[in-house]
Design a protein around this ligand. Structure first.
Ligand code: FMN
Length: 163
C-alpha cells in the first residue's frame, strides 16, 4: 500500500517518529513518503491508501501550522488516516512533588481529539492514533518510543487487514 506522512515537527522528535514508521512499513513492503507540512500544499495531496498526520503540541493543541493544514486538506470522503501527536511527559510539581491530575493532563494533551474532529468532519475515516512523549520540552523521545511506533504500525496493518 501507498502511505503518505505529513508532519509538523519543530525539534525533530516527530520527524524521528515518522522516519521509524517509514522504516517499519518499508520492511513490510509498503511505500512510504514522508513530508513536512511546510513542503506541500494541503489542497494538492497526491493519492495514497493511507495518510498519516503527526503534530507537536502547543498549549494543549496541535501546533497552529498543523491545524491550518488539516483544515485546508481536500481528500475524498472515506479516505483513511492515522495520526500521532508528540507531547512532553508529565512531571511532578517542583513545589508539591505531586503529579498533575488526569484532568490537568487531558487539558495539555488535546492534540489527538482536535485533529480527529477536523478530519472526521471532512468524512475521513480513522484507522489508528498514537501519543508519543518527549522527556523535556524539546526532546529527546522517551525511552521505549520505538515499541510504540511498532504497535502503531501493527494496529494499522491489523485494522486495514494487510500484512
Ligand atoms: C511553547 C511550547 C508549548 C508547549 N506546550 C505543550 C503542551 O501544552 N502539551 C504538551 O504535551 N507538550 C507541549 N510542548 C512540548 C511539545 O509537544 C514538544 O516540543 C514536541 O512534541 C516535540 O516535537 P518535535 O520535536 O517534533 O517538534 C510545548 C512546547 C513548546 C516549545
Amino acid at each position: 500500500m501507498k502511505i503518505a506522512i505529513y508532519h509538523a515537527s519543530k525539534y525533530g522528535n516527530g520527524a524521528q517518529v515518522a522516519d521509524e514508521f517509514r522504516k517499519l512499513m518499508t520492511t513490510r513492503g509498503h511505500a512510504v513518503d514522508v513530508h513536512s507540512i511546510d513542503e506541500v500544499k494541503p489542497k494538492e495531496l497526491p493519492p495514497a491508501d493511507l495518510y498519516v498526520f503527526g503534530s507537536p503540541t502547543r498549549l494543549g493543541k496541535p501546533i497552529g501550522g498543523m491545524r491550518h493544514f488539516l483544515k485546508k486538506v481536500e481528500l475524498p470522503s472515506g479516505t483513511r488516516y492515522a495520526i500521532f501527536a508528540t507531547h512532553v511527559a508529565a512531571k511532578p510539581d517542583k513545589k508539591t512533588g505531586e503529579m498533575p491530575t488526569m484532568d490537568d493532563m487531558a487539558k495539555w494533551q488535546r492534540s489527538i481529539p482536535i485533529m480527529n474532529d477536523i478530519l472526521i468532519s471532512k468524512g475521513l475515516v480513522k484507522v489508528a492514533e498514537m501519543k508519543i512523549f518527549v522527556v523535556e520540552m524539546k526532546g529527546p523521545l522517551e525511552e521505549g518510543w520505538q515499541k510504540k511506533v511498532e504497535d502503531f504500525v501493527a494496529e494499522i496493518l491489523a485494522t486495514l487487514k494487510v500484512h
